[in-house]
Design a protein around this ligand. Structure first.
Ligand code: CAA
Length: 265
């Protein structure tokens, strides 16, 4: 298994077949996201995507306090506007991680998810939060604004009023409010977060793998396109799945009252 500087990666994590656990591991900096973290995550997500035995991933933060407290302010403080512009800083988070990871992944938010940390959690297919989770886009306090998708993904997730208030005041939103606002799927006791996320990932990993990717693609189409376009995406993908071996097996297994055995094609 590859050695990473700023993250750890465990395949078949804690005995859960098909589940990859990726842990941000800079606890002293509250898992702040610097360029090395980005490079490590790009490599880890590419390895997850390429490994046919791994079918769902969980991303979490090490340490008691943080999922990730944002992009690394110390690194950014050294950069000029031209550096951000010429490097198209922050672009790879979406182009290299979100777009290239077609398999499902879950964010298990264990503490602060601020700025880039909140934005990274929102890149996941869904978020499960511990009761200690705190979400926010406090970039305004630094004289800037979200840069990894916060103004867009937060607004789509919780609506304009709340997203606007969060961005303009920089306040943190607790776990209970995040669940009420549809930012997270559910809130669980802190000690149960990882177990819950791994169990959920194991459930997803037990499903027909091609159908899992297809379901993800369809739901994302609802998020990214108009209703008419989304409905076409849904029907076309359904029609493709209808030709798969797993469709034949899934329907035969139902009729024969047994568990399906998936081929992933
Ligand atoms: N970047 C770099 N280092 C960070 C960091 C960050 N985003 N957040 C925390 N740290 C470091 C601190 O500098 C500190 O390091 P030292 O011990 O070397 O001083 C260590 O983590 C612990 O942090 P604190 O002592 O501040 O811990 P605390 O418990 O008192 O406070 C906190 C916790 C409220 C989360 C506070 O650390 C904080 O406000 N962090 C910054 C949050 C923030 O502004 N995030 C947005 C960043 S900008 C961004 O993300 C842009 C974008 O859209 C992509």
């Amino acid at each position: 298994m590859a050695d990473y500087e700023t993250i750890t990666v465990e395949t078949d994590a804690q005995g859960n077949a098909g589940v990859t656990l990726i842990t941000l591991n800079r606890p002293k900096a509250l898992n702040a996201l610097n360029s090395q973290v980005l490079n490590d995550l790009i490599e880890a997500f590419a390895a997850y995507q390429a490994d046919e035995t791994q079918l769902c991933a969980v991303l979490t933060g090490s340490g008691e306090k943080a999922f990730a407290a944002g992009a690394d302010i110390k690194e950014m403080s050294e950069k000029a506007a031209a550096d951000f512009y010429l490097q198209d800083f922050f672009a790879p988070w979406t182009s290299e991680i979100v777009k290239k990871t077609r398999k499902p992944w879950i964010a298990a938010v264990n503490g602060f998810a601020l700025g880039g940390g909140c934005e990274l959690a929102m890149m996941a297919d869904f978020i499960i939060a511990s009761e200690n989770a705190k979400f926010g886009q406090p970039e305004i306090n630094l004289g800037v604004a979200p840069g990894m998708g916060g103004s867009q993904r937060l607004t789509k997730a919780i609506g304009k009023s709340k997203a606007m208030e969060m961005c303009l005041t920089g306040r943190m939103m607790g776990a209970e409010e995040a669940e009420r606002s549809n930012l997270v799927v559910r809130v669980v006791p802190h000690d149960e977060l990882l177990g819950d996320a791994l169990k959920t990932a194991a459930t997803i990993a037990s499903k027909p793998p091609m159908a899992a990717i297809a379901n993800k693609e369809m739901v994302n189409a609802a998020f990214e396109t108009s209703l008419d376009q989304g409905l076409i995406v849904e029907r076309r993908i359904f029609q493709i799945l209808a030709a798969s071996e797993d469709k034949k097996e899934g329907m035969a297994a139902f009729v024969e009252k047994r568990e399906g055995k998936w081929k992933g094609r």
